[in-house]
Design a protein around this ligand. Structure first.
Ligand code: IMP
Ligand code: MG
Length: 185
């Protein structure tokens, strides 16, 4: 596996900047969900780091759950529309104030499918919190209630986001130089 320094084009969002913004989002969510039954749902696997850091800044009692989806057509860097539920929630969301926590909204197809799926289970409310918004690439309109950063149309990695499943552990968001990156065999 390559050392990320080889293909890192630039550090788009340094670790400290991520943490500062996540603390702000946590405060906002704590204020808005006062008196509600906050249930944060994280989409595996990209959203894991974000959820873990975000929940440390949510000062209200709340619960969490996880789900996983896969886009049709594996290996593709772009989603094509419908997604398949690869791992369902553990708990019922009926009457809960659901906040969907995502790493990135790109075309918007993933989040749209997940919202449709969750709505069929009648949560009391349903909102979206995404760390990154690649707004330029949007193909379907998505309601985003909490947004960490709007980023340019570049492939990014780190802080939960992967490059062929690796490099999720890095504490910053970086962009890839495609001429230098070699995918694993
Ligand atoms: P969408 O359905 O096009 O909005 O794509 C959303 C999903 O694609 C995200 O949840 C990510 O898993 C993946 N994705 C989109 N852009 C990037 C990127 O720049 N780096 C890593 N993963 C990405
Ligand atoms: Mg994701």
């Amino acid at each position: 596996m390559q050392d990320y320094h080889v293909f890192l084009e630039e550090i788009l969002i340094p670790a400290e900047e991520l943490q500062t913004r996540i603390a702000e989002l946590g405060m906002e969510i704590s204020k808005d969900y006062h008196g509600k039954n906050l249930h944060m749902i994280c989409i595996l696997r990209g959203g894991v780091m974000f959820l873990a850091d975000l929940m440390r800044h949510v000062t209200l009692p709340h619960t969490i759950d996880f789900m996983a989806v896969s886009s049709y057509g594996t290996g593709a860097r772009q989603s094509t529309g419908q997604v398949r539920i690869a791992l369902d929630l553990k708990e019922d969301i009926h009457d809960r104030d659901v906040l969907l926590v995502e790493d990135i909204v790109d075309s918007g197809y993933t989040i749209t499918s997940v919202l449709e799926f969750l709505a069929t289970r009648h949560p009391r409310s349903l909102q979206v919190c995404t760390l990154l918004d690649k707004a330029e690439r949007r193909e379907v309109d998505v309601p985003i209630h909490y947004r960490g950063f709007v980023i340019p149309n570049k492939f990014v990695f780190g802080y939960g986001l992967d490059l062929d499943e690796y490099y999720r552990n890095l504490p910053f968001i970086g962009t890839v130089n495609p001429d230098k990156y070699q995918p694993p065999e």
